[in-house]
Design a protein. Sequence first.
Length: 345
Amino acid sequence: MKDLVDHLRDCHELTPEQYRALLTMRNRQDVDYLMQQAREVSQQHFGKGIYVRGLIELSNACRNNCLYCGIRRSNRHVARYTLSREQVLACCQQGYELGFRTFVLQGGEWGEEQSQWIAQLIGEIRQRWSDCAITLSLGEHPRETYALWREAGADRYLLRHETHNQRHYSLLHPAEMSHAHRLQCLEWLKELGYQVGTGIMVGSPFQTIGNIVEDIEFLVDFKPHMIGIGPFIPQHDTPLGRFPAGSVDLTARLYAILRLALPHALIPSTTAMATLATDGRLRGILAGANVVMPNLSPTDTRKQYALYDNKASLGAESSQGLKDLAAELATIGYHINWSRGDAPR
Ligand code: SAH
């Protein structure tokens, strides 16, 4: 197993069987070795500084109906909100004063009639905080909309592919959504010059180890600048709300494999990790993740942005908790890196 880890570290690619072996190995020492190598590679490229991104949850209104997601269109139990321009700018102001130099605007998916409004908002953020990166995570849109937002000043886009297996994709999404269209969106984003992030949920319903192997192969091939991966967590009002949550251990292991395969990638230790385990965020970092995304949304709307049950948004997951986050990172010898943290490539 150590040879496999060394090979992945040195050549950045393995066969499907070899990925499977790393995902399923049980020997503690082998797992520790994988984690240790991933940490070392991460430190070679990024040191012990962890980038922070201020997450602003723009709206929980959504026209899509993903079967796993708590803000899906058919969920009648969520009170829908959309932040006003003033609220978003106030979040940015607060975030800037706290030291954030990346703002992530995330939300449900609205119709294209809202694109212009978002473009104006992006333009205003770009102008007022010109030294900050603007990341969008607003789902699937036509190429023209992505282009409009890019021209308005957006730098990065997060759109998880969710699974590279078409059949699996169709088990997680309604019939009107397709795996092929998701890939098309990712291609457009790349063409338009965004730094692109993609990824999956670990332990999503019906997922097999074989599916995760396919996802690794896709990521190695697509070479995203950012990789967003977190464990699946059921949301009780969704059709998949009775499935068990994914594993923090397997997610961390996947971070480590992907760190060795894509050494320069920006890999957040995600909120879902922190939600499932009190030390989840640190376990991600010890597996080679190098980004965290504290929540900058107004406190009164956070509860309504319930992608899954018990989603962490307080403590070190919030801007108010930055001191806690720094203290938490210090316990493993890491610190916050306040720079913009663009993708090296
Ligand atoms: N609408 C946008 C952004 C919001 S969802 C989009 O779809 O891209 C952001 C991510 O949250 C999704 O890509 C998905 O992987 C994750 N997510 C949604 N529901 C989840 C759940 N029940 N458990 C874990 N992650 C979830």
